[in-house]
Design a binder for this molecule. Structure first.
Ligand SMILES: Cc1cc2nc3c(=O)[nH]c(=O)nc-3n(C[C@H](O)[C@H](O)[C@H](O)COP(=O)(O)O)c2cc1C
Length: 333
């Protein structure tokens, strides 16, 4: 089903999930180039924004190329969330997303993230006030409930719709499950039967086949990918291909390395060389997974602080290794 958010129209979109310390602008831009239809910043602390913290404000920066893009904010205090939405709105994001799903204790312990699911009256007031405070579409990303005994997602979806939310993403696990255990996608259909707003499925989409199954089995309006994109940023390209043609291509070693350098270069332009390189380290594994001796290469790359060193080392490494028949682009595991 087609749907619109602001001036953008979507049909079976693939969304890059908000991920702390992962979905910075460099990764968002690359995922966009590889086919992601909508990308999100990591969660941004509403109190930090209100205090005017420079470090927190930097997380709001969006580049034209990554649009449509959403900024995710989190917090428990309604006025802080309203103020944060107003500050985020100055960056003119295409969406502002309210985090009502984070499971980590130092977030829920302050009543934010998934803890917002404990009191739906409060949640409704928080969302309504944020919606009223800005002229930008508001989305919510949440979970099924706090634990398996308190699954409230159908009521939460109604609260979201009644409060003016334009898009709802459901991570189909409870807060107690954190990131473990099987997501229960069956709730998507139940939610869709009670609300008209688009419902995005999140949780457990790791390969293109999962995305097709998600669309077919649940009737979701879109699929949001988190860890599957860290493990393989090409998942967006491959999934698009798979949805259109029923098959998808493997990604060659050359393409992986070229795209890896592309992201690294963007990161360095935005953050400076040392910070860009250090913060990029978490991405080596996604780009280099599955190649002969890639674990050794990844650990060797951790010692470098400049792009030139990294490039030289990689070219040298593959020159010395390319004669091994085991080097193939392989199937992504
Ligand atoms: C490293 C990491 C950081 C995350 N940070 C956020 C975040 O900032 N905001 C949020 O809503 N979810 C966050 N999540 C949760 C993901 O967005 C997603 O809901 C979850 O990983 C399930 O999707 P998946 O099965 O595709 O990984 C994070 C997950 C990971 C792995």
């Amino acid at each position: 089903m087609k749907f619109k958010i602001g001036k953008f129209e979507f049909e079976n979109p693939l969304l890059l999930a908000p991920m702390e310390d992962v979905t910075d602008a460099s990764f968002r831009i690359i995922c966009k180039r590889l086919g992601a239809d909508l990308v999100f910043t990591e969660f941004v602390n509403s109190e930090g924004l209100r205090r005017g913290s420079d470090k927190t404000k930097l997380k709001l920066k969006l580049f034209d190329e990554e649009r449509p893009a959403g900024i995710q904010i989190y917090g428990s205090d309604i006025q802080a969330m309203v103020d944060a939405a107003k500050i985020a709105a100055e960056e003119n994001p295409d969406l502002i997303d309210i985090n009502a799903g984070c499971w980590v204790r130092n977030v829920t312990g302050h009543g934010a993230g998934a803890a917002l699911l404990k009191d739906l009256v409060y949640l409704e007031k928080l969302i309504t006030d944020v919606v009223k405070s800005v002229n930008i579409p508001i989305s919510v990303k949440t979970r099924l409930g706090w634990d398996e005994k308190s699954i409230k997602i159908v009521d939460v979806a109604k609260v979201c719709e009644n409060s003016g939310v334009k898009l709802l993403t459901i991570h189909c696990r409870t807060r107690s499950q954190a990131h473990k255990g099987l997501p229960d996608w069956s709730w998507i259909e139940k939610v869709k039967s009670v609300v008209k707003i688009p419902v995005i499925l999140n949780g457990g989409v790791m390969i293109p086949e999962d995305a097709l199954r998600a669309f077919n089995e649940t009737g979701c309006d879109g699929v949001m990918i988190a860890r599957g994109a860290i493990q393989n940023p090409f998942i967006f390209k491959q999934t698009k291909e798979f949805l259109a043609k029923g098959t998808y291509s493997e990604i060659s070693l050359e393409d992986r390395i070229q795209t890896m350098f592309e992201q690294l270069e963007i990161a360095v332009i935005i953050k400076g060389e040392r910070k860009g390189v250090i913060e990029f380290r978490k991405h080596y594994s996604g780009y280099l997974k599955g190649f002969y001796n890639s674990a050794k290469l990844r650990s060797e790359l951790m010692q470098f602080y400049t792009i030139d060193e990294i490039k030289n080392h990689i070219y040298h490494f593959f020159e010395n290794n390319l004669h091994y028949p085991e080097i193939t682009t392989g199937k992504i595991e």
